[in-house]
Design a protein around this ligand. Sequence first.
Ligand code: SF4
Ligand code: MG
Length: 316
Amino acid sequence: SEFILEGKGLTQRYKTDTGCILTACRAVDVRLRKGETLGIVGESGCGKSTLLRILAQLERPAEGQLFFNGTEITFLKGESLRRHRCHIQMVFQDPAASFFPRMKAGEAITEPLRNFRRLSRQETRDKQDELLELVGLPKEYANRYPHSMSGGQRQRLGIARALALDPDILICDEATSALDVSVQRQIIELLADIQRQRGLSIIFVCHDLALVQLMAHRVMIMYLGGVVESLPGDQVWDQACHPYSKALLSSVFATDMDFGKPVNTLEGDVPSPLDLPQGCSFHTRCPSCAEICRHEQPALRRIAAEHQAACHLLLS
Ligand code: SF4
Ligand code: MG
């Protein structure tokens, strides 16, 4: 298969305490090539985290299929699921929270090895040095406690730990969102370096479209559990055409730059996933909403090669 990871029609629903059905993820197709970075963007509540949990096999979708190197893995369980999970590792937003407070850095990053590999003390030690070097930290940091380090250093440890089992895929869930802008850039450069060295495939999930397009080969924009647009990262600024993507981009302009002209920023709240709007899921906030948008859901259609969007207005 051309894709290392492929999801087809991934759908997830949860039942709430009150018996309502929450649709967190709606018929999402995902394709990740080897050595590629896929960026997934959307506001909180758009279904990103659910999608990631499905892709990392931490939960099973209600509908849809998942393939790894062309082999279906949707229904793996037991020991084969446990072994499969080593191929896909996650980096989370707050690295401090993911390390045990009484564990020194060296122990924390090599912990997955103790759970999944039988290595000698010396082999573990060598691997520890190699991982620290890979993420640009001095060997001596192995004896420090993560809480005594900076946010950026802790995120380097988070990446080292995620790489301990030599995964094929790294899933970064808002991994830079808690960091200062300059530190964010350093972490992104580090990930790109490691990707070049190891041929790693990365799924980078973030609410900041401007940041995502910096490092992603392809970008997928999600709204209320569905994909509204998907296109190459270097075309985001010029070619993104879905009204929601444009609103995300113009809100970047509105906060980061002053072009001296009014910008189209997003108004209103994201509707509840418990009560999805009829028709286009974005119609309650869309500045271009037309009559058809209120009752007919637009399908994801081809705009150009590698570019798809779901909007009635974009039909030529
Ligand atoms: Fe806006 Fe209609 Fe397009 Fe939805 S389908 S994004 S409401 S113009
Ligand atoms: Mg989330």
